[in-house]
Design a protein around this ligand. Structure first.
Ligand code: ADE
Length: 240
């Protein structure tokens, strides 16, 4: 089955972009996913084909019009009624591996790419659109975010990744960062590969990797570490 991606954007020429290469590009060529980039401006009705207007209440920049976007979204929903609709915006819920897994289990995804200062909020009130953010920083538009969502989905499609097993062990699948990797040469710039990895003792290797994943997560991603350990580590009083 083909995972069908529809992208609503003012810059359809940005797709498939980097996803036309490497693993995703091959999968696209093989029909494992499809990429339909739709020009939002085609749904504007005035003679200037305007898609934005000034923000109500004042302020900088422009806001994407709900009426134009709604027509674009409705057309996409009509084409693919069973695909969830995401809107890329820094105001959205964070993209997670869990959300990616959820998307990949479905027939595809429709992604609306925000531009300018944002999207008229009323669009989200009347339609099943899920605002999604790829991180706590502001991009110039949602297109790069849409590419991120699609890349994360495509690599999980059946028979897309070279080594199917590696999908389960990697970062975030168990709520932790993945353990570090090494490869030959054994001695590089005076640094050697940890001895245990060359021991052939699979139980010891697994234990070492688990410890490293824990240590690195605690150090680099205290937020993930906290969530992973749940209430167990939290002081009963709530004091710190
Ligand atoms: N558009 C602008 N910034 C974004 C972000 N962080 N995530 C998704 N879409 C965006």
């Amino acid at each position: 089955m083909t995972f069908a991606a529809q992208i609503l954007t003012l810059y359809p020429e940005m797709f498939p972009g980097p996803l036309g290469h490497s693993i995703a590009g091959r999968a696209l060529g093989e029909g494992k996913w499809s990429c339909d980039a739709i020009q939002i401006r085609d749904f504007a009705t005035d003679k200037h084909k305007s898609v934005d207007d000034t923000p109500s209440g004042g302020g900088a920049g422009m806001v994407m019009r709900a009426d134009v976007l709604a027509r674009a979204v409705d057309a996409a929903i009509e084409r693919q009624p069973d695909a969830p609709v995401l809107a890329m915006t820094p105001r959205g819920e964070p993209l997670t591996q869990a959300l990616v897994r959820e998307l990949v289990a479905g027939p595809g995804v429709t992604i609306l790419c925000g531009r300018f200062e944002g999207i008229d909020e009323r669009l989200f009130e009347g339609r099943p659109i899920r605002p999604v953010s790829i991180g706590d920083y502001v991009l110039s538009g949602g297109e790069a975010g849409a590419l991120v969502v699609l890349d994360a989905c495509i690599r999980l499609l059946p028979e897309v990744m070279g080594a199917p097993k590696s999908g389960d062990e990697e970062s975030f699948e168990n709520g932790l960062l993945e353990y570090p990797h090494y490869t030959r040469p054994n001695d590089w710039e005076g640094r050697t590969i940890p001895e245990v990895l060359r021991s052939g003792d699979h139980a010891k290797i697994a234990a070492w990797r688990k410890q490293k994943a824990d240590d690195d997560t605690r150090l680099r991603r205290p937020d993930l570490w906290e969530r992973h350990n749940g209430a167990r580590d939290r002081p009963a009083s709530g004091a710190r």
